[in-house]
Design a protein around this ligand. Structure first.
Ligand code: AOF
Ligand code: ZN
Length: 365
């Protein structure tokens, strides 16, 4: 639906900027992935998105792409242009210097270094600023950055594959294929768009997973692998440890875990981080997430198993739950949940993937 104050062209170009920005999800941490499109006389003269590692920013990338053609153009940008001096001058400055006459922006940046100052700076330069087009999509795309800025931890998406009768694996914990190839591809795409993928040690011991993105051409987008492993039981012979020098592998143990296990994992190329135990003896997942947030992770895909899922849901840390549901029953096995999903989760999307159905639930905030 057209939004008052914005033309059909505005909508088209903002959609384009949003799609560009989404391409960088999973690559730009600790920074958000921002898309920017420069338009003059109805034609696109420059496009850019935040580069891997977070710099250069989307706007400066688009300006460099446009060169002299940027002068007199409108910038469509998915996040408030920055106003702080990092390694380079702020994007708001760069837009003014490039001769941009109007900025259409989806949403403000809550980062305390920016928070409205970007808009103020642009207006002070005499640039027209219109905010709010594509706000809802941008709010979803930038959830990693926003959650990290506001709550000091990454955004957490919890994914589980369920049989028709609600099991995640056969009894005994053996590796079980639940969903088909289409749903599995979707999960690999979710991995590519995450900064980190998190599993519990139970899943590693049962499945010996790789946790990489194996979509053709997207292998380089494998996220950091994080194993929640209180007592540091991760086997040195596991595929995760064997590949730890190629794909970053972080092991989250608790204070008091065996020091020799810690040394051995470090020597094998893993990073070991220790967090405190809660009174009930379990690892403090909130503290663990804050720790990886400090390291720059903004988007976590948690892929099981049931114990990690219960911990994340129970502590209010699962912001989004994605259920890949198979039409086939298993008959018996390991149940996904011991209780129904709490009421605060609302079904936001349902999408077919081959014979399976992918449901997305969001926690109301
Ligand atoms: C933009 N455009 O493409 C991005 C922005 O550490 P720095 O100096 O790179 O700044 C990071 C902050 O800049 C980050 O926390 C967020 O507020 C903003 N990200 N801003 O103008 C971009 N990625
Ligand atoms: Zn910037």
């Amino acid at each position: 639906m057209a939004r008052p104050g914005f033309s059909p062209d505005d909508h088209t170009f903002m959609d384009h900027a949003l799609r560009l920005g989404r391409r960088g999800l999973g690559l730009t941490w600790p920074n958000p992935s921002v898309g920017c499109v420069l338009v003059r006389n109805g034609a696109i003269v420059g496009r850019g998105l935040t580069q891997p590692g977070g710099r250069p920013h989307g706007e400066t990338t688009a300006i460099a792409h446009a060169g002299a053609a940027a002068r007199g153009s409108t910038a469509y940008v998915t996040l408030e242009p920055c106003s702080h001096y990092g390694r380079t001058a702020p994007c708001s400055d760069a837009l003014a210097r490039a001769g941009i006459v109007r900025v259409v922006c989806a949403i403000g940046d809550p980062d305390p270094r920016v928070r409205g100052r970007g808009f103020t700076m642009l207006r002070a330069y005499g640039i027209g600023v219109d905010v709010g087009l594509g706000e809802e999509e941008a709010g979803l795309d930038h959830r990693g950055h926003f959650t990290r800025v506001r709550l000091g931890r990454p955004f957490v998406q919890l994914k589980m594959a369920l049989s028709a009768d609600g099991f995640v694996a056969a009894s005994g914990g053996a590796r079980t294929a639940i969903t088909g190839p289409r749903a599995n591809d979707r999960v690999h795409l979710m991995r590519a768009m995450a900064d980190a993928i998190m599993v519990g040690i139970g899943t590693v011991l049962a499945d010996d997973p790789m946790l990489t993105c194996r979509l053709p051409g997207m292998e380089h987008r494998s996220p950091v692998r994080v194993v929640v492993d209180s007592r540091l039981r991760l086997p040195l012979a596991s595929r995760l440890v064997a590949t730890a020098r190629d794909v970053p592998t972080w092991v989250l143990g608790t204070v008091g875990a065996p020091p020799d296990a810690e040394r051995a994992l470090r020597a094998a190329g893993c990073e070991v981080m220790l967090v405190r135990r809660l009174d009930d003896g379990t690892l403090d997942l909130g503290a663990a997430l804050r720790l990886i947030g400090v390291r720059g992770i903004t988007r976590v895909l948690a892929e099981g198993g049931p114990r990690l899922a219960a911990g994340l849901i129970g502590s209010g840390l699962a912001d989004e739950i994605v259920l890949a549901r198979s039409p086939d029953p298993l008959g018996t096995g390991v149940p996904a949940f011991s209780a129904p999903l709490p009421d605060r989760y609302r079904l936001a999307a349902t999408e077919p993937a081959g014979r399976d159905i992918i449901e997305t639930y969001r926690q109301e905030t």
